[in-house]
Ligand binder design. Structure first.
Ligand code: C5P
Length: 400
């Protein structure tokens, strides 16, 4: 079997130490990795570490082993190039096609997918120069993961952290799995909701549902691997953030509605995979509801939640915006699905039969995707990522 060849570029930021973990993930899962550190990065992690972890010499210099023409060969032979961490300086060089060391040379000769995982202080990330460089790289088809938010070097916190190495690895795995297919969602803003809402009854109780968020997360991760800028609206999930995805945490249906309307304002497509509670308690008790000895509990009055999917479909941010819904049905799935598609006014509806351990919380799914144009796409039983990719195929066709 072909052993995928990965080039791990490391530029000079303190997050270079996290690239050791990323390298291990690759080598332990059967990838052949050539590490190309910049000279500055060797201040943070030395050549010996890269050589020991990759089992191959680290390639540092354009002028070493010149007869092998390394500045051309390493890039040409790669199935994937990932730069982690990518500093502001490295992004600038890549955006302008500079080639003054082996890593920047490699970036110019690579014809495979290229993933940048930036890490820097928030000010540097937000600077218009960096943002324009990132936009240039994305426009040319590179995948630039959004940095994570959290503690930075020193005492400050903000956006700019290198995403978790496990999450970068997952993103790279999905890009490699596409086998060089075009990044058909590049330049698109994709909004996905996942998980299940909770409607509080009192400070310690809520009405909720058993949605795990796995399908929504699979949609977000696969969209990022196809080049999209992704906003994931995560309702009460326990899953790790996918790398390069902007995650907005919400809890109630009303919070999800607000976040969805805000994110949808400039979105090309909105996918509502979250299980949204149809009802919420009419009253919220500010103190915990007590049981009264010898008395039955008072009934809980419910009121309807707004239907976010129907609202998004009816008030689109642009005529070209696509809206996708999910429908979990326990019986007569297709019949109910068709009616729901019309009622909600969305473009595509993913219909799956649930119950008996199917779909909710599982890693696999099967469905039929109904289109407002009358189309029906059968998604056979398989990983939630596979369903996600089939949905993105349909979305990409319709966005063209
Ligand atoms: O009506 P039903 O709950 O079956 O519809 C499911 C679809 O509608 C899902 O895409 C879900 O995210 C969305 N939905 C919504 N707002 C609600 C209820 C469901 O957006 N209040």
């Amino acid at each position: 079997m072909h052993q995928p060849r990965v080039v791990l570029g490391v530029s000079g930021g303190i997050a270079a130490y996290k690239a050791c973990e990323l390298l291990r993930r690759f080598t332990e899962s059967g990838h052949q990795v050539t590490v190309v550190p910049t000279a500055a990065s060797l201040h943070f992690v030395g050549e010996a570490t890269w050589a020991a972890l990759s089992g191959r010499p680290a390639a540092t210099e354009t002028w070493e082993r010149v007869h092998e023409v390394p500045h051309v060969r390493i890039g040409q032979q790669a199935d994937l190039v990932v730069v982690a961490p990518a500093t502001a300086d490295l992004l600038a060089k890549a955006a302008h096609g500079l080639a003054d060391d082996l890593l920047t040379n490699t970036l110019l000769t690579a014809r495979c997918p290229v993933v940048f995982a930036p890490a820097m202080h928030t000010e540097m990330w937000e600077h218009p120069a960096t943002q324009e460089n990132v936009a240039t790289l994305r426009r040319r088809g590179a995948i630039v993961l959004e940095p994570a938010v959290g503690r930075l070097t020193g005492v400050d916190t903000g956006k700019g952290r290198l995403p978790d190495p496990g999450a970068i690895f997952e993103a790279c795995r999905l890009v490699l799995a596409r086998g060089g297919l075009p990044l058909d969602l590049a330049g698109r803003h994709v909004v996905v909701s996942g998980g299940g809402t909770r409607e509080p009854l009192d400070p310690v109780r809520f009405l909720g549902n058993i949605s795990s968020g796995k399908q929504g997360y699979a949609l977000a991760a696969t969209a990022a691997a196809r080049g999209a800028r992704v906003t994931l609206l995560a309702a009460n999930t326990e899953l790790p953030d996918p790398a390069g995805v902007d995650v907005v945490k919400v809890s109630t249906a009303l919070q999800l509605r607000e976040a969805a309307l805000a994110a949808a304002a400039d979105a090309d497509v909105v996918v509502m995979a979250a299980a949204v509670a149809d009802f919420r308690p009419a009253e919220y008790a500010a103190v915990k509801i007590k049981k009264v000895e010898g008395a039955e509990p008072a009934p809980v009055a419910l009121v309807r939640n707004p239907d976010i999917l129907a609202e998004l479909s009816a008030h689109r941010a642009s005529a070209a915006q696509l809206v996708v819904g999910f429908a979990a049905e326990t019986d007569h799935a297709l019949e109910h699905g068709r009616a729901k598609l019309t009622r909600k006014g969305c473009d595509l509806l993913v219909v799956n039969e649930v119950g008996a351990g199917r779909a909710f919380g599982a890693d696999t799914n099967e469905a039929v995707i109904l289109g407002s144009d009358g189309s029906e796409t059968v998604v056979p039983h398989g990983p939630k990522e596979a369903l996600a990719d089939i949905l993105w195929d349909l979305v990409a066709q319709r966005l063209k």
